[in-house]
Design a protein around this ligand. Structure first.
Ligand SMILES: Cc1ncc(COP(=O)(O)O)c(C=O)c1O
Length: 293
């Protein structure tokens, strides 16, 4: 991509400059937010956990009865074609909506062709300062729906939650439902007490993060004690460490919660260990040379 040219994106079977893609206003993604998506981090041309992301896309599509137009292998091949135009560290954004019918109707029409869109943009990894000093978060009631395990493009609840922290100069809004920790607006949340990590259950009240799963695996391999169980608000507030995880944030320490320090107010030792395990895992990804088509 040159300074003047538009980035290349994928749309319904074609690679096109982003500004040549147009979508019907009747598309159910536009009208109802009737679609699902994924974001895959790519380091030096090598996607991290692409298969797991496309498997989650399949689960999201199954949950909303949307026919997946591609197998995991086909998705990976399409993404590789796109990545050939975007070397270096990238975020790949994939969105599939139910398609564009001829009229607006809540009832799902039969036989619609899904709309498939994929684009790349430079991966915004956490800054050195955020890694070394941690980030500020606020808390809020989780006012979203009860199907948070679906990676749906209907993100208004998450958008409004995120804006609450943005308005206070914080990085994330950590949410509580009925006194229990769920997740943050675009991240999963972990707490640490007395050296033991805890993560909320993999249920319908959170998005099961690909990074969450990777951290659970790396903790087991690195002999870090980790429990998956319900976490109360009291535990969140009394934690020695709180972390965020996501495909772009990787793992990040939360050092203030509602303007009060978390533990020592500095990223803790268990965070530093987990961050090192994560970086080591990333460094084992095979670097790839992108060949522009
Ligand atoms: C609501 C929510 N929870 C958790 C996550 C973390 O998921 P992942 O690690 O797969 O990026 C995200 C990512 O965007 C998210 O939007």
């Amino acid at each position: 991509m040159t300074a003047q040219s538009q980035p290349i994106a994928y749309f319904n079977g074609q690679l096109l400059p982003l500004d040549r893609i147009s979508i019907s206003p009747l598309d159910r993604g536009f009208i109802f937010g009737d679609g699902v998506y994924e974001v895959i981090p790519v380091y030096g041309g090598a996607p991290l956990r692409a298969r797991e992301h496309f498997e989650r896309l399949q689960r999201s599509m199954d949950e909303i009865a949307l026919q997946n137009p591609h197998s995991v292998d086909e998705w990976i091949a399409l993404m590789e074609q796109l990545l050939a135009h975007h070397p270096g560290n990238q975020s790949v954004y994939i969105q599939v909506t139910r398609g564009a019918p001829t009229k607006r109707d809540h009832v799902i029409p039969k036989g619609l062709q899904p709309t498939v869109f994929m684009m790349c943009y430079p991966l915004a990894s956490p800054s050195r300062e955020a890694i070394d000093n941690g980030v500020a978060c606020i808390t809020a009631r989780d006012f979203r729906w009860e199907k948070c395990h679906i990676k749906s493009t209907s993100l208004l609840g998450n958008v409004l939650a995120r804006q609450m922290s943005a308005d206070q100069g914080a990085v994330e809004t950590i949410m509580l439902r009925d006194g229990m920790l769920t997740e943050a607006s675009a991240s999963n949340v972990f707490v640490v007490k007395d050296g033991v990590v805890a993560a909320p259950p993999r249920d319908h009240l959170i998005l099961l993060g690909i990074t969450y799963d990777l951290l659970v695996k790396l903790a087991a391999e690195g002999s870090v004690r980790l429990e998956i169980r319900p976490i109360s608000e009291a535990e969140l507030r009394a934690a020695d460490e709180v972390w965020l995880s996501s495909s772009t944030k990787e793992v990040l320490a939360v050092t203030t919660l509602d303007r009060k320090p978390v533990g020592s107010g500095k990223p803790g030792p268990v965070f530093r260990r987990m961050h090192a395990l994560f970086q080591e895992h990333k460094s084992r990804l095979a670097p790839r040379r992108a060949v522009p088509a």
